[in-house]
Ligand binder design. Structure first.
Ligand code: TYM
Length: 337
């Protein structure tokens, strides 16, 4: 029975339009696997998206696009709960309580905030961006999640979640499950194809190193073939000495299931060009059916919206129960009905 399984919760911002390969390998692929073994809740984090400016029509379209991509990746709404964060008002409500439990210095230490605010500049940085990790804490705690499947860049936010859950439990009595990060070593961090020292990111300075899953496969193949490698010629996994080649091998291994050792052997004595040509084909073979499945959902917005409506209803039942406990524990006077 679903309720006897341990619970996972995760989320993705719907702001970028297309997911990139890092989102898929680092997170969404695990979500799909976990729906069979866990009681899984997955969320389109639109409240998080507006921490930086969004054109309203784009945000709405991108939220549907994100839902379609998650389903296109293999998530089954019958086996998990897929919902839009703003459809469940308890996120913002618990977020406020958690804000009041977080130290200012503690929030200021979040590296994602520091990176993102550096890009926005002081005047362009909203207070929402500053408190966004705390909203993420609320996202997780509302569902009493045991595990949170994410990429490496989210680890610090899960640490914050654990700290705040323990703080709340210590102050008000046992209330929250203290969650663990679920981060797979092989896919924790996928790197930019042009700047392999940096993680693949939607906010990269150039799109050349970014594999967007919804791009035309031709464009994607070209990006793989133009990936930065090194002046050596040996195909060997060495993330420090050969970050570009190692990233390509990692992606190849993750998409095909071949081990790194098998791939090193396969390309022994061959040049980087052969590796890139084959990997371009592997990536195209992955994105082509993914795009087709995603397009099917996009072509049927009514079905998509009703999946999200059902998901929100299921999510709210759980979230409302947790929030009611929290409101009681902190001493809010119940509203007379
Ligand atoms: P977001 O939308 O930036 O990214 C979604 C997921 O993709 C992972 N990821 C990567 N993994 C490996 N390599 C990469 N290059 C790479 N780039 C992105 C991220 O680690 C993430 O798992 N704050 C979150 C969304 C969120 C959330 C939550 C997550 C909101 N509430 C509650 C978990 C639980 C974010 O901005 O992810």
């Amino acid at each position: 029975m679903a309720s006897e399984r341990s619970r996972v919760l995760s989320g993705i911002q719907p702001s970028a339009g297309s997911f990139h390969l890092g989102n898929y390998l680092g997170a969404v692929r695990q979500w799909v696997a976990l729906q069979d073994t866990h009681d899984a809740f997955y969320m389109l984090a639109d409240l998080h998206a507006i921490t930086v400016p969004q054109a309203p029509a784009d945000l709405r379209a991108n939220t549907r696009l994100a839902a379609a991509q998650i389903l296109g990746a293999g998530l089954d709404p019958e086996r998990c709960t897929l919902f839009v964060q703003s459809h469940v008002p308890e996120h913002a409500e618990l977020g406020w309580v958690m804000n009041c439990l977080t130290g200012f210095g503690e929030a200021a230490r979040m590296t994602q905030f520091k990176d993102k605010s550096a890009k926005q500049g002081t005047e362009g940085t909203s207070v929402g961006l500053f408190t966004y990790p705390v909203l993420q804490v609320a996202d997780i705690l509302l569902y009493q999640a045991h595990q949170v499947p994410v990429g490496e860049d989210q680890r610090q936010h899960i640490e914050l979640t654990r700290d705040l859950a323990e703080r709340f439990n210590g102050r008000y009595g046992e209330t929250f499950t203290v969650p663990d990060a679920y981060i797979l070593k092989e896919t924790a961090k996928i790197y930019d194809l042009q700047e392999p020292a940096n993680k693949m990111s939607k906010s990269a300075s150039s799109v050349k190193g970014l594999i967007n899953l919804m791009d035309e496969p031709k464009v994607t193949a070209k990006k793989v073939k133009s990936a930065v490698t090194d002046t050596d010629t040996v195909v060997r996994y060495d993330p420090v000495g050969k970050p570009g080649v190692s990233n390509l091998l990692g992606i190849y291994s993750n998409l095909t299931g071949a081990s790194i050792a098998e791939l090193e052997q396969k390309y022994d004595g061959k040049m980087y060009g052969a590796l890139k040509t084959d990997l371009a084909e592997v990536v195209v073979d992955f994105v082509t059916p993914f795009r087709a499945r995603t397009q099917e959902y996009l072509d049927d917005p009514e079905t998509l919206d009703s999946i999200l409506a059902k998901g929100a209803e299921k999510a709210r039942t759980v979230a409302a129960e947790t929030l009611a406990q929290v409101y009681d524990k902190v001493g809010f006077l119940p509203a007379k009905r």
